[in-house]
Design a binder for this molecule. Structure first.
Ligand SMILES: [Zn+2]
Length: 204
């Protein structure tokens, strides 16, 4: 598998592995109404690693208070501010403000490494699908680099002109390399389209 360069990226945590607090969901359930008290629970779906997580919250006019215990002993109780943005047709849309960076978001997450619910950027989270196709496209790019180097050139991006056959190279070898380049470029093209579509669906 990949070299040293690629390892770091793949250790990033995925959004899908975190608890998620979605402001639209809270709103739909009526939990954001002032004075309402709510409890949210998550549980694992697999048998080999059972867990449940539970948080309570109370809504105030412009913030909610989250209340939960981490690592079975540390009791946390903190505010997450709401940002109410007026809409064109009247009413307003609720957002959460990340407790760390204050940015306006719809979802905050809690990963295993963080005691607090924070935004995706603060936790440096990636979407699993884009993470995986990212790794896959990095592999294909490396293969393309190698093939172009064999032709005494550098890969300059998808569907750029394939270099001429080097003087001392057998024509048969050259043709094999050229065919491989085509296959890898088509694979890369497909990966880029796939990852774009997946991301688009998740953000929708
Ligand atoms: Zn943040």
């Amino acid at each position: 598998m990949g070299g040293y360069g690629s390892g770091r990226e793949s250790r990033k945590r995925a959004v899908e592995d975190c608890l998620c607090l979605n402001v639209n969901l809270l709103n739909r359930e009526g939990y954001l109404q002032e004075g309402s008290y709510f409890t949210l629970t998550w549980s694992s779906s697999n048998n080999w690693n059972k867990w449940t997580a539970k948080i309570s919250g109370i809504s105030h006019e412009d913030y909610i208070v989250l209340d939960y215990i981490v690592n079975q002993e540390r009791k946390l109780n903190y505010k997450v501010y709401l940002d109410k943005v007026p809409m064109n047709l009247g009413g307003y849309k609720n957002y959460l403000k990340c407790p760390k960076c204050n940015s306006r978001v719809e979802k905050i997450y809690k990963s295993g490494a963080s005691a607090y619910f924070l935004c995706r950027d603060c936790l440096d989270l990636v979407y699993r699908s884009s993470k995986e196709s990212g790794d896959e496209s990095a592999r294909v790019r490396r293969e393309l680099d190698k093939l172009y180097r064999k032709l005494g050139s550098k890969w300059k991006g998808i569907y750029s002109v394939i270099p001429e056959k080097p003087k001392n190279m057998h024509y048969k070898i050259y043709r094999e390399i050229r065919d491989k380049i085509w296959v890898y470029e088509m694979e890369l093209d497909k990966l880029l389209i796939d990852s774009f579509n997946k991301l688009k669906n998740q953000l929708g």
